[in-house]
Each structure stands twice: as C-alpha cells, then as structure tokens.
Design a protein around this ligand. Structure first.
Ligand code: GRG
Length: 293
C-alpha cells in the first residue's frame, strides 16, 4: 500500500472511531452533543490520531489504538474550541466553518469543550479497562500532555506573552514545546504504548514528537503569513495583525523555513533509530514539514 492509501485508511478509521466512541448527537441534552459533534466532525487533518495509529503499528498490537486516537482528537478539538472563544483568540472561523461559539453560543461552546476533555479520560478508562497497566500509562501520558505544565501552561504563557513587548526566543520555545509539541509527542507515545513499545523506544518516539511538534509550530507561523484564509480554514494573518512574537518575527521567513527543515530532519533521524518499518511515519513527518494548511 502506498503512503496516500495508508493515510486515507488511517483517516477513515479515525472518522469512524469518532462516531463510535463519542456520544450520539441526539444524546440528551442534544444541543451539547450536537456542538461536540459539530466541532469533532468538522474535518481537521486528524494528524494526532493518525500519528497514534501509525506509531502503534510500528510495534505490533498490544491493544487497539483507536480509542486512544479518538481521545487525543477530543482533547485537541476541545483546545481549539476554547482557543477560539472571545476571551482567548476570539476567532470566527475554524476548520473552514464558523467556530463553535458562532454556530451555537459561548456557553455551549465552553461546555462542549469541557465535555470533550472529560470524555477523553472516560474513554481511555473504559476502553482499556481489561489492561489496567496500559490504562494507567495512557491516562498519565494524556493527563501530563493536556495539563497545566504543558498544553494549558503553553496557552497561558502564550496569552501572557501577547501582553509583553518582546518575549525571548527561550520563552517562545517554552510556549511551542507545550502548546503545540506536547500533544504531538503524546500522540506518538500513546500509540506506541498501545503497540507495546519498550521504555527506551517510548523515549525515542517522545523525542521524535518533540522535534516534529516544534517544526509543526514553525510551519504554522510561516503559513500565518504566507497562506490565505480559504486554504487554512482559519483566519490567516492574525499573528502579523496582532504583532505577535513568532518564529518569523524573531528570525525572518527564510531562517524560519531553515529551522523547520532542520527540526524535521532531526525528527526523521531519531525515527530511523527505531526498529520496524517506519516509512509511513517518516513520510507523514516529512509531509507535515511541507504542509500548506
Ligand atoms: C485552550 C488549553 C487551550 C489550549 C489552546 C490549540 C491551541 C491551544 C491553540 C490554537 C492555536 C495554535 C496555533 C495552536 C498550536 C497548535 C496548532 C497548530 C493547532 C492546530 O492544529 P492542526 O493544524 O488543526 O492540526 P486541525 O484543525 O487540522 O486538527
């Protein structure tokens, strides 16, 4: 199977997993569950679930990684819904559609985000209950990545940074390692946990995720200034308009491109140290470095 066919299969598995492992839209109260489905089914790139499913297959199959992949997408989607709220980034467009608070209302969007975050941990605890050690490891990993030291901490530091005149390169790295890379790291590690990877292999993948996540954010900064709103499915040019400190502002466009390439190359060289056929993951990570949306 070639890369594109494999990617299509992983995305299709994710879409059916999202339907199977989240409450139906007519679950009472329907408005809340419709809002969850609206944001979950809006068609993101599904990078985190695909990373998890592919990382699992690198090692075998201690357990099905699909519930873990769905849990990751639930946490990621909650973070987007909350990030778009008027009290944070105040955005109207996400994944090519009106943001949740525009399509519903602010309170419903807030609760839908809360519900997706909570659902992720419920799903991990129920889907893997026959393997308590695995459940524990997955909950620990996602709880760490989504918590106050990482995803939420990164978001807080980002908000604080916007109020500062000039955050340093070190502060910018803290924000990106946590706001962006934490969930990408967790995706690879949780997939590999489902596959039965050894502790050394898990740490190697963590490092692949860290480098890939940083590269992902540099590309995000580049796309904010080079791509248009229709292609991105979210408002382009926001960083520039708000004079936000980004890799572009710190280093300029050309150097930012070189940094993204260097991070991607380092991630690929770490990946090559792992056993098994990592060609799909390698192509995915290289493709993330070339993405246009
Ligand atoms: C509210 C706790 C909390 C966190 C918000 C996700 C986030 C943190 C902020 C959104 C803005 C941003 C630039 C985040 C960095 C991570 C990122 C690039 C997210 C978008 O991920 P994609 O491109 O989105 O994979 P899709 O829609 O394809 O899933």
């Amino acid at each position: 199977m070639d890369f594109k066919e494999q990617l299509t299969l992983y995305v299709a598995r994710t879409e059916s997993g999202l339907k199977a492992h989240t409450p139906a839209p007519d679950t009472r109260p329907a408005r809340l569950h419709e809002a969850m489905r609206y944001t979950l089914e809006a068609g993101g790139k599904r990078l985190r679930p695909v990373l998890a499913l592919a990382a699992c297959e690198l090692f075998g199959a201690r357990a099905d990684a699909l519930p873990a992949a769905v849990a990751l997408e639930c946490v990621h989607t909650y973070s987007l819904v909350h990030d778009d709220l008027p009290c944070m980034d105040n955005d109207d467009l996400r994944r090519g559609r009106p943001t949740a608070h525009k399509a519903f209302d602010e309170a419903t969007a807030l609760l839908a985000g809360d519900a997706m975050l909570t659902h992720a941990f419920h799903l991990l605890s129920s889907a893997y209950r026959s393997d308590p050690a695995l459940t524990n490891a997955l909950v620990l990993e996602l709880g760490d990545a989504a918590g106050s030291r990482r995803l939420i901490g990164g978001q807080m530091a980002d908000l604080l940074g916007e109020r500062q005149k000039a955050p340093s390169a070190e502060e910018l790295e803290f924000i990106h390692l946590n706001k962006t890379a934490a969930m990408i790291e967790a995706s690879l590690v949780m997939g590999a946990l489902c596959g039965g990877a050894t502790p050394v292999q898990l740490e190697r993948l963590r490092s692949v995720g860290r480098l890939t996540g940083l590269a992902f954010q540099v590309i995000d900064d580049i796309l904010d200034v080079t791509a248009d709103t229709a292609t991105l499915g979210k408002t382009a040019g926001k960083d520039l308009a708000s004079d936000k400190t980004t890799y572009i502002k710190l280093h300029g466009l050309d150097k930012a491109r070189r940094i993204a390439q260097e991070l991607t190359d380092r991630a690929l060289s770490e990946l090559r140290q792992l056993p098994g056929d990592s060609s799909f993951l390698a192509e995915l990570i290289a493709g993330m470095g070339r993405r246009v949306s």
